[in-house]
Design a protein around this ligand. Structure first.
Ligand code: FE2
Length: 203
């Protein structure tokens, strides 16, 4: 299989987030988006090698696509063995679909008196699983590659240009936020538009 699955997913997400965006119900968007992402990560035969390289340390965030109006973006998140993120937020809705390997997401909530961040639910994702993150419900979490002996890959979809927004990491003890802009690891996006092989094959 080729990158066709990703191209179709991008088309579906463009339809879903298109039109009068302000009138869209975020809950409905993430509900349908989660189903589309589940379908995408059901198959591990489409992610280009360039966006699947396991880094020596930490993690790579490769931009696969950003909507021209920045209504959504798609990222391949590639983990080194046992790597983890700081505790962070997103400032927009997010969907995490497990493609290869496994990861855990530990949710944090704010203690009403001390302001400290308290660990809560631990979610483990296996290939095909999708996690939904919505700021209104609480989206502060820390994510870890559940595998100590190899890389893992999840496909992330966010309700904006995630690499280019101000968001936060947190000091768990105090709950104090630090501003950060995550950026992207790759300098070039995969080419989803070379459909020449199928056109030639069709005669
Ligand atoms: Fe996250």
């Amino acid at each position: 299989m080729t990158i066709d699955r990703l191209r179709r997913f991008i088309g579906d997400m463009t339809s879903l987030t298109g039109g009068a965006w302000q009138d869209k119900d975020e809950g409905a968007t993430v509900e349908v988006g989660a189903k589309l992402l589940a379908e995408l990560v059901k198959h591990d035969d489409w992610l280009p090698e360039s966006a699947a390289k396991v880094p020596a340390h930490g993690y790579a965030q490769n931009l696969l696509w950003c909507d021209p109006f920045e209504r959504f973006c798609v990222v391949s998140f590639v983990w080194a063995p046992s790597a983890n993120t700081p505790v962070h937020d997103h400032q927009m809705w997010g969907l995490v679909g497990m493609l290869r390997g496994s990861e855990t997401s530990l949710a944090f909530s704010r203690h009403p008196e001390t302001g400290a961040l308290v660990p809560g639910k631990l979610t483990k994702l296996e290939p095909g699983d999708v996690e939904v993150l919505v700021p209104a419900v609480g989206d502060i979490h820390q994510v870890t590659n559940a595998l100590a002996d190899r890389g893992s890959i999840s496909i992330h979809v966010y309700g904006g240009n995630i690499g280019a927004v101000r968001r936060h990491t947190f000091d768990v003890k105090t709950g104090n936020p630090n501003l950060f802009v995550s950026g992207y690891t790759n300098r070039e996006q995969p080419n989803i538009w070379d459909r020449s092989a199928e056109v030639r094959a069709a005669g």
